[in-house]
Design a protein around this ligand. Structure first.
Ligand SMILES: Nc1ncnc2c1ncn2[C@@H]1O[C@H](COP(=O)(O)OP(=O)(O)OP(=O)(O)O)[C@@H](O)[C@H]1O
Ligand SMILES: [Mg+2]
Length: 404
């Protein structure tokens, strides 16, 4: 008779093969339909109303750049062609007109940790959506933001959304490995940082095997990093080395109280907690919030000085016209006070279904999105509004902090 272990191995093999074939199928379908990469474009006249732009500025910039050999993306229109400005084309125009970039104003990357010990509350979806929406938002393109998502959750959800090829099989180039290997900046950028489908948004992957590293983190640190505080490794070995390469670094962990969570808390400039609108989930979130000072005390007792500037809350997966959701929203406002964001991340089909093509609502193309174009558009607009709100609040916090 087949032993239970044999059957477990066969099940594991079938699961692994299925994952690989699903990922390959989606990649192949995107190549065949010519849907690889970020494909949203804007007409030339569409750029006239972008911040800091006028018709005259755009026309002059485009004609000078073309006379210097720059090639803008164009598509067939009638018998001729028309401009279809890509994200890179638009940031190149801003650069040409010498619009200051975000990095000219703020020279150090800002770390956002979307965190909660409550599972399934949209930490990963919020993280990847925020990363790509801040980069691609029409009002924020002038900043030419460089964004990195650091995946520290062995479930590798953020990696799946941003670079699904890296979320299955044997993956060695993970954040956790980078933390342990004490790689220099060049090695980190070359071997551990990968571009997502939206240009300018990168990911440091995670892998299921990282859970073993998390489980024996203190022993591993004692053996390989004896000089370092085990809770400071993410900050010291990864984030501090990449701070001048990225404007925003977003960290995603699983819902576990482990070394990865402690490292992320210590590295964070800003905590962002998704508050779920259902009563039971809301209770768990409150319990987590009530325990947070204890975690900070643990960090400080181990000799680390916490630098986090602010802790914001926002409603995630909230539905309009639901009374219990509205009630939780009011309660969350009482808990967070002025640190509750005005903007929520609503529960919308778009956020859920983009996962089917390993996309975010920003990177998804209406042609590969399995639902309706309107559903995708609604979710994309909600994501952009949310990203704008987070960006504006961070600007406020950073400016306020500098003035103190
Ligand atoms: N705004 C949203 N609207 C609809 N569905 C959403 C939304 N945000 C997340 N989801 C769905 O909810 C589920 C959980 O989301 P997600 O994986 O982001 O949560 P999480 O907090 O990261 O979970 P975990 O604790 O396991 O890491 C997923 O199926 C996701 O597609
Ligand atoms: Mg997650």
């Amino acid at each position: 008779m087949q032993s239970f272990m044999d059957r477990a191995h066969r099940l594991a093999n079938r699961a692994e093969n299925k994952l690989t074939s699903m990922s390959e199928q989606i990649s192949k379908a995107k190549v065949e339909a010519d849907l690889v990469g970020y494909r949203r474009t804007v007409s030339k006249s569409g750029l006239y109303k972008y911040p800091g732009m006028t018709r005259k500025r755009i026309d002059e910039a485009v004609s000078t750049m073309e006379s210097e050999g720059y090639q803008f993306n164009k598509i067939a229109a009638g018998k001729g062609e028309r401009y279809a400005m890509t994200l890179e084309n638009i940031t190149a125009i801003y650069e040409h007109v010498e619009h200051p970039k975000y990095r000219d104003k703020r020279d150090s990357g800002f770390v956002i940790f979307v965190e909660s010990l409550k599972g399934g509350v949209s930490k990963s979806v919020s993280t990847v959506t925020l990363a790509q929406a801040m980069r691609a938002h029409p009002d924020l393109l002038m900043h030419d933001l460089r964004i990195l998502v650091v995946d520290l959750d062995p479930q590798a959800s953020a990696t799946m959304f941003l670079r699904h090829e890296h979320s299955i099989g044997q993956v060695d180039d993970t954040t956790a490995q980078a933390m342990l290997q004490q790689a220099d900046k060049e090695t980190l950028l070359k071997e551990f940082v990968f571009e997502s489908s939206v240009p300018g948004v990168h990911v440091m992957p995670s892998s299921i095997d990282d859970r073993f590293l998390a489980a024996s983190w203190n022993e591993l640190c004692a053996e390989y990093l004896p000089e370092q505080n085990p809770n400071a490794v993410l900050k010291e070995n990864v984030i501090d080395l990449l701070r001048d390469e990225f404007d925003f670094i977003l960290v995603d962990t699983g819902p576990h109280l482990d070394a990865f969570l402690m490292n992320s808390l210590y590295a964070a400039d800003l905590l962002l907690t998704p508050v779920p609108p259902a009563q039971v989930d809301f209770h768990s979130t409150l319990k987590y919030l009530s325990r947070l000072p204890g975690l900070y005390e643990e960090l400080e007792e181990s000799g680390l000085e916490v630098q986090t500037m602010a802790h914001l809350g926002y409603m995630a997966k909230i539905q309009k016209n639901k009374r219990d959701h509205a009630e939780c929203h009011s309660l969350a406002k009482e808990v967070f006070g002025g640190d509750m964001l005005d903007m929520s991340l609503p529960r919308l089909d778009g956020f859920e279904r983009v996962g089917e093509s390993y996309d975010t609502v920003i990177s998804a193309d209406p042609l590969s999105y399995p639902g309706s174009e309107t559903a995708l558009k609604n979710a994309r607009e909600a994501a952009e509004d949310f990203a704008r709100c987070v960006f504006d609040r961070i600007e406020f916090i950073r400016t306020d902090n500098e003035q103190q």
